[in-house]
Design a protein around this ligand. Structure first.
Ligand code: 13P
Ligand code: ZN
Length: 265
């Protein structure tokens, strides 16, 4: 059941230490079967909310989404208070809250980035992408203090920090330099990058990851965070050697993945 997977991801992220206070948020674009499985629990008098942006490609789509100001650690204890199900209305500029988000709660303040990312990844993957996840992992965020805000610099450092990385995200990662969170502008900029990179790092803030299911999305963010941790440990100790570009090319050949040539030297 999708709701179990959603709730498990919230609690796994908290266990990793990626969700201090209300940090981070999660959204899942539901399938027709998902909707059928839970529609008997939908309210007959939904709360309608309008958005300051439009998401025309998502008209009629249903999302399970975390609430603004809600703590990931509380999601398993009281799902209906901390998460909800929304349906984007026919105008594409608002939504109805059909289940959960009780007591006047609203979806995450990062709704613009979530919905714009869903639109971008839905197009990039022919509809396969369903999960958008925002977390505040410490090592990934620390990395943003020591690297220039360029996709090539981050992608190379991460690929070089753990052999798995170039296979897991051969396209590299995108980077958004500091912007006001929760804004429509940061949503647009993140979505522009996430069509090419499944993960986008927000400078001095955290990361957005995407994927077709919860495992894939959590695994992607986990892999990036682990590589960032290894890099920072190695950098602290003093790096004397690393994975070479020829070794990265050999990985691509062995695993049949196209490693982004623009980032190889
Ligand atoms: P929300 O509580 O509104 O989801 O915000 C948390 C966050 O991480 C903002 O970037
Ligand atoms: Zn955040």
């Amino acid at each position: 059941m999708f709701l179990d997977g959603f709730i498990r991801m919230c609690s796994d992220g908290f266990s990793q230490g990626w969700h201090e206070r209300n940090g981070g948020n999660l959204s899942y674009r539901m399938t027709e079967e998902d909707v059928d499985a839970v529609k008997s629990t939908f309210t007959s008098s939904p709360r309608h909310c309008s958005m300051a942006f439009s998401a025309p490609e998502l008209r009629g789509a249903y999302f399970t989404i975390t609430g603004s100001g809600k703590y990931m650690r509380n999601v398993p204890l009281a799902p209906e208070k901390n998460i909800g199900i929304i349906r984007i209305d026919e105008s594409g500029t608002g939504y109805d809250i059909l289940w959960g988000l009780v007591d006047g709660a609203k979806p995450t303040s990062e709704l613009p980035t979530h919905l714009m990312n869903h639109t971008a990844r839905m197009k990039a993957t022919g509809g396969a992408c369903r999960v958008i996840y925002h977390a505040h992992p410490a090592n990934t965020t620390a990395l943003t203090y020591v690297l220039p805000p360029e996709a090539k610099a981050y992608s190379r450092v991460l690929w070089q920090s753990e052999t798995e990385c170039a296979v897991v995200f051969p396209e590299g990662v995108g980077v958004v330099d500091w912007m006001v969170p929760g804004s429509i502008d940061i949503g647009r900029e993140t979505a522009r990058l996430i069509k090419d990179y499944r993960a986008v790092i927000w400078t001095f803030h955290g990361i957005f990851g995407s994927g077709s299911d919860f495992d894939e999305t959590f695994g992607l963010v986990h892999t990036i965070e682990k590589a960032a941790e290894i890099y920072l440990k190695a950098r602290g100790a003093g790096i004397i050697r690393t994975i070479t570009d020829d070794e990265l090319r050999a990985l691509g050949d062995a695993f049949g993945v196209e490693i982004n040539k623009a980032f190889l030297e």
